[in-house]
Design a protein around this ligand. Structure first.
Ligand code: FMN
Length: 139
């Protein structure tokens, strides 16, 4: 019989220490220039010490021109590597696997958040009930 506390080897070969996973929940804990604020390593250290096998981060954006919400962390160059390193070390305590969720919002970016407008693979609207403008097609 398999228990939730048993290790799990994934098809890619990575073994996680148990079958518990914290889902991705956007933290909005970025600084004004989109570095991870110190609260992030502190928060993930606490979750890691709690014993969860996999900690999925909330959205980390790949382009500061394409934010999904205010307070997003952005990883697009090496400017904030020391902060990301602290986050990775603390979130990996006690054998937890810290997995970063990378995100580009495309046409889901809210209206007015990105000065250069909203860019998506195609110039199609998202949803009628979503406060997003019609995106410009990426070139
Ligand atoms: C506050 C909050 C923030 C979330 N942020 C993200 C996110 O950054 N990335 C993501 O893929 N899903 C995000 N989600 C969706 C959750 O990861 C999850 O898929 C959703 O809550 C449904 O899970 P459940 O059926 O267990 O409630 C967020 C959900 C909440 C409530």
């Amino acid at each position: 019989m398999t228990a939730v506390t048993d290790p799990l080897t994934l098809p890619c070969g990575v073994t996680v220490k148990n079958r518990l996973l914290k889902g991705a929940m956007s933290e909005a804990l970025g600084t004004r220039d989109h570095a991870p604020r110190p609260e992030l390593p502190a928060l993930y250290a606490r979750w890691a010490r709690g014993g969860t096998g996999i900690l999925l981060t909330g959205n980390v954006m790949v382009d500061a021109r394409a934010l999904g919400e205010p307070g997003n962390v952005v990883l697009e160059d090496e400017r904030h590597l020391a902060d990301f390193h602290r986050w990775a070390v603390q979130g990996s305590r006690d054998g937890a696997a810290l997995w970063m969720q990378l995100n580009h919002p495309g046409k889901q970016a809210p209206r007015g958040l990105n000065a250069g407008g909203t860019v998506a693979p195609s110039a199609l609207p998202f949803r009628a009930d979503w406060p997003a403008p019609l995106p410009r097609r990426a070139s």
